[in-house]
Write a protein that binds this ligand. Structure first.
Ligand code: HEM
Length: 313
């Protein structure tokens, strides 16, 4: 376990999140149908934590769906932004007095994080996040994670991941060197994620996010090249095509990091299980557990969060 629930789960929400992180309770939910009790800024809306998120959700639905019903470039960037904010956190550093970074909004609130090369390509979605934060008056750390989960369910086949709000924001830059490099070895990548409490199997589930992705900077002569044949759809084709089983569409560019992790003995079994029959529901369930874990890194008030899954589309 992580954050404040490591020492004690004092509230119902703390107990729920602990059970999700321990994979004893599902990280997906179909709880829906919430109607905001009033417009943004009204007393009725202010009295209900989830109300403002329902209004933001309406805006995000319009922003994330393309004309064909697939999720678009803003949705893809929102998923990556969720990872790049939350993922810049380390258990070893936290144990040594540097418990900062994580899902605290610092990628958009600090002066320096957005000029780091690994965050290249996230400028447009960060600009949007700043506009949404001003318009809706919510926390940036929450907004970034809410948008990442909203983006996933905006993609066809994407899971409806349980969503929690109430994180504390920080404008302090996250520690350097905690995000992965596309040319790193499987060993280093697995170690980097284990230091975020993310197991090799969790990592394989999270990497499936490359099912929707396109690249611009790995090979700048092939800007927009996707990582599977169906970008904008949350399917498991990415796992098959990274393995190289079956024909690979010409436009697909496979990341070296994905290839080494698809073959490493610590991750290959899970990779194959997502690519096989029944892979979609297995992956959706595992992605949900693993993403909720990622979205809680550096969060030390988990016992005080509020679940707002009911506002998702
Ligand atoms: C070993 C770990 C990972 C590596 C090395 C990696 C690397 C990359 C690289 C190089 C890009 C392309 C950037 C560009 O050239 O424009 C990319 C895109 C992307 N990544 Fe990852 N990534 C990793 C893990 C993750 C995780 C854990 C998530 C989310 C849970 C994620 C979500 C995405 C998404 C959605 C995009 C597409 C962004 C877009 O289309 O605008 N990645 N990643």
């Amino acid at each position: 376990l992580i954050g404040d629930i490591k020492d004690g789960r004092s509230t119902p929400v703390g107990k729920t999140i602990a059970r999700i992180l321990l994979e004893q309770e599902s990280g997906q939910s179909l709880e829906a149908g919430y109607k905001p009790p009033g417009p943004p800024g009204s007393d009725k809306c202010k009295a209900d934590t989830c109300c403002i998120w329902a209004h933001l959700s309406t805006e995000l639905t319009a922003a994330f769906r393309g004309p064909s019903g697939r999720c678009n470039k803003f949705a893809r960037a929102a998923v990556r932004l969720g990872f790049h904010d939350a993922g810049a956190w380390s258990q070893v550093l936290a144990n040594n007095g540097q418990d900062f970074g994580g899902a605290d909004g610092s990628i958009a609130l600090s002066r320096g994080e957005m000029s780091r090369p690994e965050n290249n390509g996230l400028q447009d979605i960060v600009a949007r996040a700043r506009i949404w934060q001003k318009a809706f008056g919510v926390g940036m750390g929450d907004l970034i994670q809410f948008a990442a989960q909203h983006a996933v369910v905006s993609c066809p086949l994407g899971p409806r991941i349980r969503t929690f709000v109430g994180r504390k924001d920080s404008s302090k830059e996250a520690p350097q060197g905690l995000l992965p490099d596309v040319n790193d070895s499987a060993d280093n990548l697995i170690k980097l994620f284990e230091d975020k409490t993310i197991s090799p199997h969790d990592l394989v589930a999270l990497l499936g996010a490359h099912t929707t992705s396109e690249q611009f900077f790995v090979d700048s002569t092939r800007k927009g090249a996707p990582q599977d044949g169906t970008p904008g759809v949350w399917d498991t084709l990415f796992y098959n095509q990274t393995l190289g089983t079956g024909p690979l569409p010409k436009q697909v560019l496979r990341f070296p990091s994905d290839i080494v992790l698809s073959a490493d003995p610590r991750t290959a079994d899970e990779w194959q299980s997502f690519s096989g029959s029944g892979g979609q529901s297995h992956w959706n369930e595992d992605y949900s557990y693993s993403y909720i874990r990622l979205s809680m890194l550096g969060v030390n008030n988990i016992n005080n969060l509020t679940e707002c899954t009911k506002v998702l589309p």
